[in-house]
Design a protein around this ligand. Structure first.
Ligand SMILES: [Zn+2]
Length: 329
């Protein structure tokens, strides 16, 4: 039995074809059961046909996301107010506490915070003109909602994405600009529980191609952003790679890879040992070496180094998903 697909039928002529489909379905057939017809969902179909060409404004990506949340497909959580501000072309109000290092940061990075104003009532107002990350959210949500619609669209509407923080000043963010400061980052909570390889695989499959950085904000949250030409950073939960490579904790940050190197050296004290550690927050690699000082192995501090985290990921499905994403980006 063939299931009619509304999305296939509707394009490119437009909305009229829905009526034809319903009429056809009412024609009695002699033998086979009539084809299943999807219920009319004009609001959902209008959302799926809406292709924003701007970020702000009533037809932009922020408005699209708020509408999708209204229809039950997205949880926008603490991003809601920020999306409403941005959609209305107002400075985005953040609810952060005033940061003690604000003055120092402004002085150290002239220009970086020109679009940020301290709000006397608390928090900051961030004046953004654009927000490229919202295009990614719209693309992923559209794909998932359309898949549900094409599969029959029955039952409760699925929450296809759970958004977290959108805009923050992050005055504490010392190493580089916070992506949340510029509207290029969004935090995602795939399930409201610890992230599994399948969440990352689904996300990579549904993301439009392009530069992408993903890192782990917490065991439950993936941060995604658009940054840098053709970068692909990846933060992963610790159990995605063999535990020996996970960077240990302070003060020595010693890990299992160092212990293995020592074990394998045995009584051979003449060689130099090498070990690798990976920061699961951002996929950064570190290396250290050790030589025997007469009583024990003396390790150098970990030094940042290059490396491809993909080769270290245990899950073959995730390795393939990353390779596929990079291939089309
Ligand atoms: Zn984030």
């Amino acid at each position: 039995m063939e299931v009619l697909r509304v999305m296939d039928i509707a394009a490119p002529e437009g909305g009229e074809s829905m009526e034809n489909v319903r009429l056809d379905a009412q024609i009695p057939t002699t033998s086979a059961a009539p084809p299943k017809v999807q219920p009319a969902m004009p609001e959902v179909d209008a959302l799926l046909q809406w292709q924003p060409t701007s970020a702000r404004g009533p037809k932009g990506t922020a408005a699209w996301i708020l509408r999708a949340a209204e229809l039950g497909f997205l949880d926008t959580n603490q991003a809601t107010a920020a999306l409403q501000d941005f959609q209305a072309s107002r400075p985005v109000h953040t609810r952060e506490a005033h940061a003690g290092n604000e003055a120092a940061q402004r002085k150290a990075h002239p220009g970086r915070y020109d679009h940020v104003t301290r709000n006397p009532a608390g928090g900051y107002d961030v004046d953004l003109q654009d927000s490229p990350v919202l295009e990614m959210i719209v693309a992923v949500a559209t794909k998932r909602i359309a898949a549900w619609r094409n599969a029959g669209g029955t039952g409760p509407r699925p929450k296809v994405l759970h958004l977290g923080d959108f805009v923050r000043t992050d005055f504490w963010f010392m190493k580089r600009d916070s992506p949340h400061l510029h509207g290029i980052g969004m935090d995602l909570y795939p399930q409201g529980k610890a992230i599994a390889p399948s969440d990352a695989i689904d996300l990579l499959r549904d993301l439009p191609p392009g530069r992408l950085e993903v890192f782990l904000d917490s065991p439950n949250a993936l941060h995604i952003d658009r940054r840098g030409p053709h970068t692909f950073g990846l933060g992963i939960p610790a159990n995605y790679i063999a535990s020996e490579f996970v960077m240990g904790g302070a003060p020595a940050y010693r890990n299992g890879n160092q212990e293995r190197a020592e074990r394998e050296a045995g009584d051979d004290h003449g060689k130099t040992l090498k070990a690798t550690a990976i920061s699961t927050a951002d996929g950064q690699f570190f290396r250290a070496t050790a030589s025997w000082d007469g009583t024990g192995w003396k390790w150098t501090n970990w030094q940042p180094s290059g490396g491809d985290i993909v080769a270290y990921i245990l899950d073959a499905g995730l390795r393939n998903a990353i390779a596929e994403y990079k291939g089309r980006s």
